[in-house]
Design a protein around this ligand. Structure first.
Ligand code: FE
Length: 244
């Protein structure tokens, strides 16, 4: 028996915080129109199918008509890990100012939560990617932010930390949704750097904030899409950076 696996990808997905990474595609099947899609559409169910081949004898030619890209009955496939919301060539994540409150030498940790910390819990996940949509393992991410009252810890490391993407290029951050402070809408600062790449400094924003309209640094391409969870909110955000 021989099998030919044909992958049909029809998914257009929404970006969490960058319209550079909107659609789920196969690496060999770029969808040029995806860049122009709105950033808030709901993900379409991925349709990844394979076309089983009927059993044939080794000497019997297989009719070519069997092998089409037409979706067939559900067949278990293994590809979720390979599906990343990205359209190649992806636009680099926009850079924004670091602002005055960066502190170096932060602890390495994926959770900035501490006992007694007030605010709404936020779990932020995503990939660090090249412009070819390739995940970058070992990329460094540095997060810092104000607390839920809009106050930075400029003496210590509260709500500050760095981490590295795993072997799949993925990261997870546990934190709280920051508060506004004078002149600034809600935002999280982040630096992202591939192992041999330049450092990207940018900020992430939150939807439906009145102060987004007056904040001079605000960038609509960097707004998170929040999803309610049992104990807070979650969001996905992929960063597209230069690899070297
Ligand atoms: Fe800030």
């Amino acid at each position: 028996m021989r099998r030919f696996l044909l992958v049909v990808v029809v998914t257009l997905l929404m970006s969490a915080c960058s319209n550079a990474v909107d659609a789920t595609i196969a690496p060999t099947a770029p969808q040029p129109t995806a860049q122009a899609t709105a950033t808030r559409a709901s993900p379409v169910s991925p349709t990844t199918t394979s076309t089983p081949t009927p059993a044939v004898s080794p000497t019997q030619p297989e009719p070519s008509a069997q092998f089409t890209a037409t979706p067939v009955s559900p067949t278990p496939t293994t590809a979720p890990e390979a599906q990343i919301n990205c359209v190649s060539p992806a636009t680099l994540t926009p850079a924004l100012t670091a602002g005055p409150y960066f502190t170096p030498n932060t602890p390495e940790r994926t959770s900035l939560l501490e006992p007694g910390m007030s605010g709404t819990k936020l779990v932020l996940t995503g990939y660090v990617l090249t412009q070819d949509c390739a995940p970058i393992a070992g990329a460094r991410l540095e997060f810092w932010q104000a607390d839920a009252q809009g106050v930075y810890d400029n003496a210590g490391y509260t709500l500050r930390g760095h981490q590295f993407t795993d072997a799949q290029g993925r990261y997870t951050l546990e934190t709280v949704i920051p508060g506004e402070y004078p002149g600034r809408t809600e935002h999280i600062h982040v630096k992202v750097q591939a192992p041999d790449g330049p450092e990207l400094t940018t900020q992430l924003f939150f939807p439906d904030q009145a102060a987004n309209q007056t904040d001079r640094i605000f960038n609509a391409n960097l707004v998170l899409t929040l999803t309610p969870t049992e104990d807070g909110q979650s969001a996905e955000c992929n960063f597209v950076v230069l690899k070297e």
